[in-house]
Design a protein around this ligand. Structure first.
Ligand SMILES: [Zn+2]
Length: 239
């Protein structure tokens, strides 16, 4: 093995580092954070919408009950009215009874209609809020859609670049001896993705520690294909 293998491994490292950066960027797209915020805001509005609907349905039911009651009372009043003017009842006291009933029913209808108006007044702010909420959710839905589209585009861009990097990495790795690649992978897994770096001006490019003069002298005496490691971080070093 010559120093070429180590140089080649450094190229592999470059592709691996780039791939990691791309994967990190893909995971941490700002649009993703924004989309999560939009989704949370929409969820809160949806919950409020459900509470509003419950109130509105309750008032609708009350209104329907009053409507039914009013209709029944009106039927009764119409019947009494008809009896009064039918000509079949001649007894004045009986006639007076019907007259009283019509008047009493009318008053009750008036009271119920009053209650219906109160319900309508009570309902109004709920309806207004529901309309505003609906509009707000429509805006959020639009934003969510736009963000989803931007995420898709960004992901596609990153994936295309990642594919190239992974391909280049495979090509570069093909020239590296299997055992060296294995050692590199093992180092990479315990050293934050960096298994090999260049030794420049006596300093390890991985941990940025300066190697001792003794160690540097020892390294210098080794053959060019020797696998040397940083004495501090243990990463492979390329001279
Ligand atoms: Zn080091």
């Amino acid at each position: 093995m010559t120093n070429d293998s180590l140089e080649q491994l450094l190229v592999v490292q470059g592709h691996d580092t780039r791939a990691t950066q791309l994967r990190t960027r893909r995971q941490a797209l700002p649009e993703r954070t924004e989309a999560a915020k939009v989704a949370a805001a929409d969820q809160a509005l949806a919950a409020r919408g459900e509470a509003l609907d419950a109130e509105r349905h309750r008032l609708e039911r009350d209104q329907a009950r009053l409507d039914d009651e009013v209709a029944t009372l009106r039927d009764k009043a119409a019947h009494a009215d008809k009896m009064m003017y039918s000509g079949t009842i001649t007894n004045p006291r009986e006639l007076q009874g019907f007259q009283d009933e019509v008047a009493s029913l009318g008053r009750r209808v008036g009271e119920l209609e009053e209650q219906e108006i109160e319900i309508m007044v009570e309902r109004e702010p709920f309806d207004e809020e529901a309309t505003a909420l609906h509009a707000e959710r429509a805006i959020l839905a639009e934003r969510a859609e736009a963000l989803a589209m931007r995420i898709t585009v960004a992901e596609a861009e990153i994936d295309a670049e990642l594919e190239t990097v992974v391909g280049d990495r495979a090509t570069a790795a093909a020239d590296v001896p299997a055992d060296l690649l294995e050692e590199y992978e093992a180092l990479r897994s315990v050293h934050g993705g960096v298994g090999i770096s260049r030794l420049e001006h006596g300093t390890c490019g991985g941990c940025h520690m300066k190697l001792s003069a003794v160690e540097l002298a020892r390294i210098k005496a080794l053959p060019p294909d020797a696998r040397i490691h940083c004495e501090d971080c243990d990463r492979l070093l390329v001279r």
